[in-house]
Design a protein around this ligand. Structure first.
Ligand SMILES: Cc1cc2nc3c(=O)[nH]c(=O)nc-3n(C[C@H](O)[C@H](O)[C@H](O)COP(=O)(O)OP(=O)(O)OC[C@H]3O[C@@H](n4cnc5c(N)ncnc54)[C@H](O)[C@@H]3O)c2cc1C
Ligand SMILES: NC(=O)c1ccc[n+]([C@@H]2O[C@H](COP(=O)([O-])OP(=O)(O)OC[C@H]3O[C@@H](n4cnc5c(N)ncnc54)[C@H](OP(=O)(O)O)[C@@H]3O)[C@@H](O)[C@H]2O)c1
Length: 493
């Protein structure tokens, strides 16, 4: 029997309703899911739940959706950002609603969601940074890469941050792709930056930057770097910076050499070493900037000047040793070095932020779960609560990894639905959600509101040939998102 969308005005819940042409057929019970977090994992979970007949409300603390695709992926990687077209398709499906500007733990809590939904899916990512735990980490000029990334990508939490780019050398700690992103952003040419959606405040500061050399420090060796091959290769193709790897840096210790020759090594590590070896054979080509890769060095202290500003990083030279599980780890030697610099970016991984009322495992920095089913303190599944993405499995993996991850969690939800183990909400009427949220937050942003922001940003970028010029303050977003006549938060515009 064909289904059709109910005519406007006949919608009961605020969703476009699917209705049957046959008066005698009973519609299946509508199940409703709240997905908290509009990043990749939230959107993949939404797509899959919609496909299974759920009505889905996606809730995000920001007015703008797409999580780290908007606020993490480097601005000079526009092709990667185009994955949002898939998410827009999801958002256009009947049964989908978006509520931006609502923060779980501040504006609403998990128990309130469970009063309204059969399933609550936490897709909140891992927005805190890992700490080094060394003296000087808090000095002015030492920043988590999370803040720098948020700053150049126009995340509203970071738009007032300031980074001193006036010193000729910056040090980036960590050997993952985030370290490569931030190093690259520091040395892109004006022309390369001009074609991106880098936030305007960062564009101005990066154009004026005096940074000539970025040193990337790995605590383990080149064979253990967490870079992926295309990202490492891209470093050797920068228009304004040479990549520098001293030949001694790619000479492997016996344990790493044996590991790389064994079945345990993956092709990414082997290829990384080939790329780094190629870099080590290159001489300088006279480009005005340099990205220098150094290995087997751990920061032990960040040194400050009289004004409490970063002046150098003290590092210990490491050697590779096998731990009791056979994992190759870095062990410090007595040898030390001091690298002068004016900026330190700590790109040593992300971790989840605890939220009141939601279980949290502090050691791993994520929501404890079994295959996506959230576990309480007693180790038992909390009915109706699920997790997806980085907050479920930890901060690793590319955008696509979250699709399979979401499928695994959705499979558990469907299994629980089949066995009547979903949550039974006291107020299951979807029509009540929007008024409830509007009573809680000023400036609720719906999908239409986001589309207004999106149009505004794209239109602003067009004359300069940029994908968009981002709005970076909540107040400006609210103003553009609000339909004519609708109020925005008091004092915000
Ligand atoms: C700097 C950086 C660059 C990256 N670049 C790439 C790349 O080029 N290519 C690639 O494939 N992968 C890249 N990744 C990895 C990719 O971004 C992640 O795999 C993916 O974003 C994880 O998705 P997620 O949905 O779990 O989390 P997120 O993308 O972090 O989304 C979480 C969402 O939850 C919202 N939220 C958080 N707390 C709350 C709350 N309390 N209430 C309501 N909403 C909340 C946030 O606002 C956010 O929208 C990058 C990661 C980083 C850190
Ligand atoms: N273009 C892209 O596709 C792209 C871009 C950005 C991010 N991402 C993905 O996003 C995920 C997160 O990236 P990430 O770079 O944040 O994390 P990551 O890949 O886990 O790398 C973290 C790095 O920090 C190092 N580190 C951790 N603690 C340290 C310490 N105390 N001292 C010194 N170094 C330390 C780690 O070294 P050890 O290995 O020794 O622990 C590792 O080199 C990854 O899966 C990444 O691929 C993808």
């Amino acid at each position: 029997m064909p289904a059709r969308v109910a005519p406007a005005g006949k919608e009961r819940s605020g969703y476009p309703q699917l209705v049957s042409d046959s008066p005698e057929s009973q519609p299946p019970p509508v199940r409703r899911a709240a997905i908290v977090g509009a990043g990749p994992s939230g959107f993949y979970a939404a797509e899959q739940l919609l496909g299974q007949g759920f009505e889905v409300d996606v809730i995000d603390r920001l007015p703008t959706p797409f999580g780290l695709v908007r606020a993490g992926v480097a601005p000079d990687h526009p092709k990667i950002k185009s994955v949002t077209r898939m998410y827009e398709k999801t958002a256009s499906r009947p049964g989908f609603r978006y509520f931006g500007g609502v923060e779980l733990g501040r504006d609403i809590d998990g128990a309130e969601l469970l009063e309204r939904y059969h399933a609550v899916v936490y897709a909140i990512g891992t927005s805190n940074d890992n700490r080094l735990g060394i003296p000087g980490e808090e000095l002015a000029g030492s920043h988590p890469a999370t803040d720098f990334v948020g700053w150049y990508n126009g995340h509203p939490d970071c738009c007032e941050h300031r980074f001193d780019l006036g010193h000729p050398r910056a040090v980036v700690i960590g050997n993952g792709n985030v370290a490569l992103d931030v190093a690259r952003m520091l040395v892109l040419s004006d022309e390369e930056l001009a074609a991106t959606d880098t936030a305007d405040h960062a564009l101005d500061a990066l154009r004026a930057a005096a940074v000539e050399e970025v040193v990337i420090l790995g605590r383990r060796g080149p064979a253990q770097a967490a870079f992926t091959n295309p990202e490492l290769r891209e470093l050797g193709e920068l228009s304004r910076a040479d990549v520098v790897v001293a030949p001694g840096e790619v000479e492997l210790d016996p344990l790493s050499a044996a590991w790389l020759a064994s079945d345990q090594a993956d092709s990414t590590a082997r290829r990384n070493l080939e790329i780094l070896t190629d870099y080590s054979s290159r001489g300088p080509t006279g480009k005005p900037r340099r990205v220098v890769l150094r290995f087997l060095l751990s920061p032990v202290e960040i040194l400050g000047d009289d004004q409490g500003r970063v002046r150098a990083v003290k590092v210990a030279r490491n050697r590779i040793a096998a731990d009791d599980k056979g994992r190759l780890s870095a062990v410090p030697t007595a040898e030390h070095d001091v690298i002068e610099c004016g900026l330190v970016l700590r790109a040593v991984g992300y971790r989840g932020r605890p939220i009141d009322g939601v279980p949290f495992e502090a050691r791993r920095g994520l929501i404890p779960n079994e295959g996506g089913r959230v576990l309480g303190d007693d180790g038992r599944h909390r009915p109706g609560e699920y997790a997806v993405g980085w907050i479920k499995r930890g901060p690793s993996g590319v955008i696509g990894t979250n699709k399979k991850d979401a499928a695994d969690t959705v499979a558990r939800i469907l299994e629980d639905a089949e066995h009547d183990r979903l949550n039974q909400p006291r107020h299951p009427d979807g029509a009540e959600v929007e008024p409830w949220l509007r009573a809680r937050v000023d400036g609720l942003v719906t999908w239409q509101g986001w589309q207004s922001i999106d149009r505004h940003e794209r239109t602003a970028g067009e004359p300069a040939g940029r994908p968009r010029i981002k709005l970076v303050r909540m107040a400006d977003m609210w103003m553009i998102a609000a339909p004519d006549g609708e109020s925005t938060p008091a004092g915000s515009v």
